[in-house]
Write a protein that binds this ligand. Structure first.
Ligand SMILES: [Fe+2]
Length: 249
């Protein structure tokens, strides 16, 4: 399998390209709209054909490139069925593998960061979205987030995968790229070791994170599989790959 991990610095998002060496079919997990030219150039360079985009959840910090990629290269849009988005062409459910060429992804419902969040297992890799980050996890205070649900998702579903499975998160804010199930199960400071549900709840309740600056635009845009919202303030134009009005002169 051809595999690339791509980093989008504005939202610190990792996008994953998986390509089938037999058929040339490819899938992008969590593509970001302002990185679309980068992704298309890489796909062309590797002589792959983008068949599918696959999102882990309805993102609040960036706009998915799913719709734009469909318009540009005809890829189909896959996302969790539970969110019932009319724009989704391949509704994803646990127990129903997603196939792209000879690549198979096993969807795991991992609610808690959002209620519709999914992780995807592919061979010995697991794409954990925002459910499990390296030494961390996604926040649980928006989008029907629920600390108890996230605790169960991570400890009962992700941490029961084999030790050596590689953990590829949807974000990292410190340049870390990959971890393993054994490493996270052992030393994740929020969810690893002997951490109890009550302790985890307290940790999440005490984070006191700022209001997400892009959420009011990103969530409605992503509920349409990646529409850049009208009336985006100047300082947020870059999230749609656009220069701000003032920079355009
Ligand atoms: Fe998220």
């Amino acid at each position: 399998m051809i595999f690339r991990q791509l980093f989008e610095p504005l939202s610190s998002t990792y996008t994953y390209l998986l390509g089938c060496e037999d058929t040339g079919a490819a899938v992008l997990i969590d593509p970001v709209v302002n990185a679309i030219e980068r992704d298309l150039a890489l796909i062309a360079e590797l002589r792959l054909r983008l068949e599918l985009t696959l999102d882990t959840h309805i993102h609040a910090d960036h706009i998915t490139a799913a719709r734009h990629l469909k318009e540009r290269v005809g890829s189909r849009i896959a996302a969790p069925a539970i969110d019932r988005l009319p724009c989704v062409e391949v509704p994803v459910e646990e127990g129903r593998p997603v196939a792209v060429g000879s690549i198979t992804l096993q969807p795991l419902h991992t609610p808690g960061h959002t209620d519709g969040h999914f992780a995807y297992v592919c061979g010995d890799r697991v794409f954990t979205g925002d459910a499990l980050l390296i030494d961390g996890c996604g926040r649980t205070d928006f989008q029907s987030g629920d600390a108890a649900a996230l605790y169960r998702s991570v400890r009962e579903k992700l941490f029961t995968l084999p030790d050596e499975h590689l953990v590829y998160p949807a974000h990292d804010y410190q340049g870390r790229r990959v971890s393993s199930i054994a490493q996270e199960r052992t030393r994740n400071p929020r969810l690893g070791g002997e951490r109890t549900l009550d302790e985890f709840r307290d940790i999440m309740a005490e984070l006191k994170l700022p209001y997400p600056k892009f959420i009011d635009y990103a969530v409605p845009g992503n509920r349409e599989c990646g529409v850049c919202p009208q009336g985006l303030p100047d300082e947020l134009q870059a999230y749609c790959g656009r220069m701000s009005e003032s920079r355009q002169g």
